[in-house]
Design a protein around this ligand. Structure first.
Ligand SMILES: Cc1cc2nc3c(=O)[nH]c(=O)nc-3n(C[C@H](O)[C@H](O)[C@H](O)COP(=O)(O)O)c2cc1C
Length: 197
């Protein structure tokens, strides 16, 4: 009985983990998670391994009302980096802020009263929290995609989100219904990244 149950749970876990794939934010449309699904997704982040229980990750939801602020930042930063950017490119940069019904900024806090916990561990915790978010979104029937880029790491971004001194942006996470997507890519063979010591 117990082994049957564990077989079906491991089958579900396998299906959940391997069916997750990056979906471009352009292909993620409304509806996004409702309030209870949002909570479910965020609670999944809280189950990440977390040495010292310090919760080094943070997720900022970019609200509908704030998207234009992020859009302006994407556009301004492109103009600053590339004075030859065309109006189309600038508009494309701005539109990135409006893709997908749920847009989150994930950060890691490398500060705090957790002097004993090395920053590598905090970064790993934050990465695990992000993966839990992606997997729970997948379990609830949503697609997800991570995005980054030069603007993400800019000082302007830190100011916009009022990040703390030792808080680093990691990536944006977009979640929504999958409009279209390309079929699953080949995953690396486990033998290519394992060996015996
Ligand atoms: C922190 C982080 C940021 C990423 N940023 C981007 C990005 O800006 N654009 C992009 O196409 N892929 C980005 N990726 C990669 C995709 O999320 C995805 O992992 C990759 O395309 C492989 O696809 P898969 O997740 O379906 O295996 C990022 C991945 C990570 C971990």
């Amino acid at each position: 009985m117990v082994s049957k149950l564990s077989d079906s749970i491991s089958g579900l876990a396998k299906e959940l983990i391997h069916s997750r794939q990056h979906i471009s934010p352009k292909r993620l449309i409304a509806p996004g998670p409702d309030a209870s699904q949002y909570l479910e997704i965020m609670n999944a982040a809280g189950a990440a391994p977390d040495h010292g229980k310090i919760t080094p990750w943070h997720f900022y939801e970019v609200s509908k009302e704030s998207r234009h602020l992020l859009g302006d930042l994407f556009a301004d930063d492109l103009i600053e980096r590339d004075s030859g950017a065309s109006p189309t490119q600038i508009e494309e940069a701005r539109q990135k802020a409006f893709r997908g019904p749920l847009l989150l900024l994930a950060t890691v806090k490398l500060n705090g009263e957790s002097g004993d916990i090395p920053k590598q561990e905090k970064l790993i915790s934050a990465g695990c929290a992000i993966q839990n978010v992606l997997l729970m979104a997948n379990a609830l029937g949503f697609g997800s995609g991570l995005s980054s880029g030069k603007t993400l790491y800019s000082q302007k971004m830190r100011i916009l989100f009022s990040l703390e001194e030792l808080e680093d942006p990691l990536c944006f996470i977009t979640i929504g219904m999958i409009f279209t997507h390309k079929p699953n890519k080949q995953r690396p063979d486990a033998r290519s990244y394992t060996s015996i010591f």
